[in-house]
Design a protein around this ligand. Structure first.
Ligand code: CMC
Length: 433
């Protein structure tokens, strides 16, 4: 029998020595269990940004950043993007296996039949000013779902967890489309059970009662593929936020709302919107060298949005898949007279050849291309991160369900290196200047 692997840590200050167990996953680096580090040595560990820290065990998604691998439940992302659908991938991520034909039919039925929202929830949208950012509306309205399903959601009951997951995934397009309709002052469009998940979303966003709307199959498929690529990405900022919120036993709808908040930032899901804003700022192909210079300048906060990734240091496998789709969508919907698309493709070409980007392995990431596709599909810029949130909801609820049923689960409570004022005595205000 092979000995379990351990790592020995020696405290040079005290000579104390401890053995820490090493665990092996299916793929990826082994992890050192530092759970007893503080108890045995009296130190906390310090890892800002969690670059070396595994926060949980998970069976859902695997990423190998060096080799550009992304697996959902073991299946490579390129196979799923090419052969599967968003709804099937949602089933896979929730239940761990691809569905049988019967399971798929039942799951699709459930997704379609949970898509309506309570009529009184519609009233919430009116509370927002017409120019409210749809992400702000999404945070508020998804959080408020917890008010509708609070008493009925016992997170320790697996069936309740499952129903909450279904509701969350099925209602997201309806809420997202309603937030858009509110911002443009058009009437809400109800979901239709005869349409696919993405067809329904397009219909709820773009149809109006006064005329028929035809769903374009390329647009529907492009959206479905983008959604597959965005379903999950292991313990990223928003997913970790959902897990951390959920670790206190909070209502799952409120937890998802906290994930949406974390996703909004430009370093995470907000990047697709930031890409468009950056391209608008650059304005013209002739300005690209000036902006590349700004990106290289350490004293300039400007970064090329849609380039680089914390985990993928060679290439983003999602970007490779979406790039082809991007070119297909541009060929069908891209306005040949829109200088924006030329600018995006020139920037991609030039940045891929620049030493600064090559040396730092800063390749275009998935959000660079998704932003361009959304623009070609006439989806407004401020809805880009909302689209990301719809897809990522699957990952959030799958990770939340996994966490709640994990026997090792405890409330998340990181520690800190305190660098503030040393203990001191309060001075009465009369004695201060
Ligand atoms: N433009 C210019 N320089 C960059 C960029 C960029 N987009 N990204 C990183 N760098 C430089 C950075 O200045 C540093 O240079 P040096 O080594 O000379 O100091 C080096 O590359 C390493 O950067 P880092 O900040 O240490 O890398 P990180 O892993 O902490 O950051 C990132 C990853 C995604 C936040 C960052 O690359 C970035 O800000 N990219 C733009 C925003 C973006 O597109 N985000 C979406 C990520 S994909 C969607 C998702 O999964 O959420």
């Amino acid at each position: 029998m092979t000995q379990p692997k351990t790592v020995t840590v020696i405290d040079n200050a005290t000579g104390k020595q401890i053995e820490l167990p090493i665990y092996q996953g299916t793929h990826g680096p082994d992890v050192v269990d530092i759970g007893k580090f503080y108890k045995e040595l009296g130190y906390f560990t310090y890892d800002p940004g969690y670059v070396s820290t595994a926060s949980c065990r998970s069976n859902i998604t695997f990423i190998d950043g060096d080799n550009g691998t992304l697996l959902y439940r073991g299946y490579p992302i390129d196979q799923l993007a090419e052969k599967s659908t968003f709804v099937e991938v949602a089933y896979l991520q929730l239940y761990g296996e691809l569905p049988t034909r019967k399971q798929f039919k039942d799951f699709e039925y459930i997704m379609r039949h949970h898509s309506m929202i309570n009529e009184s929830l519609k009233g919430f949208f009116d509370g927002f000013y017409h120019d409210a950012h749809p992400m702000a509306i999404l945070v508020g309205v998804v959080g408020s779902l917890s008010a509708f399903y609070h008493d009925s959601t016992d997170i320790h009951n697996p069936e309740h967890r499952e129903i909450a997951a279904h509701r969350m995934i099925a209602k997201m397009p309806t809420i997202a489309a309603a937030s858009y309709k509110h911002s443009v002052g058009e009437p809400f469009v109800y979901p239709r059970n005869d349409l696919s998940y993405c067809g329904n979303l397009l219909n709820m966003m773009f149809s109006v009662p006064s005329e028929p709307y035809e769903i374009d199959p390329i647009a529907e498929r492009a959206l479905d593929m983008i959604f597959i690529l965005h379903v999950d990405h292991e313990q990223n900022a928003s997913t970790s936020t959902v897990r951390l919120s959920g670790s206190s036993g909070a209502n799952p709808f409120a937890c998802v709302s906290s994930g949406i908040t974390a996703l909004w930032g430009p370093a995470h899901g907000g990047a697709n919107e930031a890409v468009l804003n950056m391209l608008n700022q650059i304005g013209d192909v002739s300005n690209i060298p000036k902006y590349l210079e700004k990106a290289r300048d350490k004293n300039d906060p400007f970064r090329l949005m849609g380039f680089g990734h914390r985990v993928y240091k060679n290439y983003d496998p999602r970007a490779r898949i979406i790039r082809d789709m991007c070119h297909e969508v541009l060929a069908k919907f891209g306005d040949a007279n829109d200088p924006f698309f030329e600018l995006a493709l020139r920037l991609e070409e030039i940045a891929l050849k620049e030493d600064y980007f090559i040396e730092r392995k800063l390749y275009p990431n998935v959000d660079f291309y998704s932003g361009i596709i959304y623009r070609a599909l006439k989806i407004p810029t401020n809805m880009f991160t909302v689209m990301f949130a719809i897809a990522r909801t699957v990952g959030w609820v799958a990770q939340w369900m996994e966490m709640i049923s994990d026997p090792e689960q405890r409330i998340g409570r990181p520690r800190q290196l305190y660098t503030g004022a040393a203990q001191r005595d309060y001075v009465d205000i009369k004695k201060r200047k």
